[in-house]
Design a protein around this ligand. Structure first.
Ligand SMILES: NC(=O)c1ccc[n+]([C@@H]2O[C@H](COP(=O)([O-])OP(=O)(O)OC[C@H]3O[C@@H](n4cnc5c(N)ncnc54)[C@H](OP(=O)(O)O)[C@@H]3O)[C@@H](O)[C@H]2O)c1
Length: 259
């Protein structure tokens, strides 16, 4: 049986994956932004081993999530699933980065830096990385600022940046299978009512990666729904672009990715 942590497991893909893994008798730790969401998640996934609490728009709280997880011990799998799309700029207090960019890119970076290295580390991207601005400039919107911020294009960019980050981590973390996932366009709270894909198909991929039911010598690989290996934009293999994301995250957090 595996010990698994899923960030953002109060809803959507994260919650459904957690419930299925609990049913398979794995030791599953949930994660919620606050006490209220934690109680709601535990009520929906009662067999979970526990629920860790941290708002992933805060450097301090994201660091605390890593500490809470490390205090439990080594995880077989960590799925960095928490994400957001819609909403205004919402400048985060300790960095000035818009909340959406922080949750999708900076929080996974902090956790990759600070978590005891798991056997399997999963980043959640999106097929929308294909619609991103591929210049990989002004990742945190410091130059363009709130006036120019639009959530949808910013989300596409963030999902490209987190995919570049995943590949940078894969090059560094020997002995860990580091993967990225597009889970499908699904009518979760984020996906909206017009979505055309099925939740269970994305969850199938999450469960496979959590359980390690794949060739774990694979690293730096991009998965799609129904356990399929996909082809992300070729620029995601560009090590220089990967390092642009890593350096930007390092500069803003003061944390260095372990080699
Ligand atoms: N749905 C799609 O069509 C789609 C497509 C491609 C990729 N994705 C990706 O799949 C992942 C899961 O998304 P979903 O569709 O399952 O969305 P969702 O139902 O909105 O779930 C998102 C999860 O992230 C949590 N979260 C968001 N901001 C947080 C914060 N500041 N601190 C702590 N937790 C936070 C949410 O907590 P609350 O419940 O408290 O809000 C929730 O548990 C995301 O990374 C998303 O970008 C989704």
């Amino acid at each position: 049986m595996a010990r698994i942590l899923i960030t953002g497991s109060t809803d959507g893909f994260g919650l459904e994956t957690a419930c299925q893994l609990v049913q398979q008798n794995h030791t599953v730790y949930l994660h919620a932004r606050n006490e209220e969401r934690a109680a709601a998640a535990l009520a929906q996934c009662p067999g979970a081993a526990g629920v860790l609490i941290a708002d992933l728009t805060s450097v301090v709280e994201t660091r605390s999530l890593a500490e809470q997880a490390n205090a439990i011990g080594e995880f077989d799998a960590v799925i960095l699933n928490a994400g957001m799309l819609h909403g205004p700029f919402r400048e985060t207090p300790d960095t000035g980065i818009p909340a959406m960019v922080f949750v999708n890119v900076v929080a996974p970076y902090i956790l990759a830096c600070l978590l005891t290295r798991p056997k399997r580390l999963v980043f959640i991207s999106s097929t929308l990385h294909r619609q991103a601005d591929t210049s990989v400039k002004d990742i945190f919107w410091f130059q363009r600022g709130e006036q120019q911020f639009q959530d949808f294009p910013a989300y596409c960019d963030a999902k490209l940046h987190v995919l570049l980050l995943a590949n940078a981590v894969a090059r560094r973390f020997e002995g860990t299978s580091v993967t990225a996932v597009h889970p499908g366009w699904v009518a979760t709270k984020m996906g909206g009512e017009s979505a055309t894909d099925k939740l269970e198909d994305g969850v199938e991929t999450y469960v496979m990666l959590a359980e390690g039911d794949y060739d774990q010598s694979l690293t730096g690989v991009y998965f799609e729904p129904k356990r399929k290996i996909g082809e992300p934009l070729s620029i995601t293999a560009d090590e220089n672009l990967q390092e642009v994301v890593v350096e930007a995250c390092r500069d803003v957090t003061g944390l260095t990715l372990p080699a």
